[in-house]
Design a binder for this molecule. Sequence first.
Ligand code: 13P
Length: 288
Amino acid sequence: MLVSAKEMLQKAKAGHYAVGQFNINNLEWTKAILLTAEELKSPVILGVSEGAGKYMCGYKTVVGMVNGMLEELKITVPVALHLDHGSYEGCLKCIEAGFSSIMFDGSHYPIDENVAKTTELVKIVKEKGMSLEAEVGAIGGEEDGVVGKGECADPNECKAIADLGVDMLAAGIGNIHGKYPENWEGLSFETLDAVQQLTGEMPLVLHGGTGIPDDMIQKAISLGVAKINVNTECQLSFAAATRKYIEEGKDEKGKGYDPRKLLAPGFEAIKETVKEKMELFGSVGKAE
Ligand code: 13P
């Protein structure tokens, strides 16, 4: 059964580790992430962007697929199904469809409007026993049409949003989605420290997990990050493994064109990436 992300993230924050949010795109992605979490006894969050939701034929299809897998694969670790960078309307749709967690990305609204909309959603998700992530300070880069430039959040605005009763808070600290440019200045630990000092126990969320050096990840966890989002890195490892299979001409040998064979190297590559991240984030064994 899907669970809210609230409890797993409170435990992570108290235990000084982070739970990975891995974005899903299709059946192979979802199966690879769930099996790895189960093998490593790690809690996990499946992220679904609005674009990926559309691609997978809508949120109800996603909920049906994930719930079916939890049962058929006998998954026992805590799993949250989470809307990533949701619009207000998208949040309402996911609540209706049976997600267990949502992110409302109000970072592009003036702070008053972000506060008003987040307040409304806090009320709804509390009634449903779901968890809610809010965002302050846009995350840079481009993800499914959501574009930001890597701002640093205002710690006082973070406190204002945290006090509304959200379960986790994404604060921009110079992080961006996708690959980091050569001249990237790195994460602003000064901002992160200031945000944590004002928001206390609140689990903080680090978006744009792809390509952040390991030592920065560990430092971010030590400063209160309890959820780290990874998307592009699984896409890159899937693409590289699939490319290798085709370039080696394996799709032309025997029944190598069978999608169950053709997609297998990419599937294994996602499993390997998720494993590396869970080990780095320290979530391995935390579901036992
Ligand atoms: P990356 O694609 O950079 O890993 O970012 C993922 C993310 O933050 C999803 O919200």
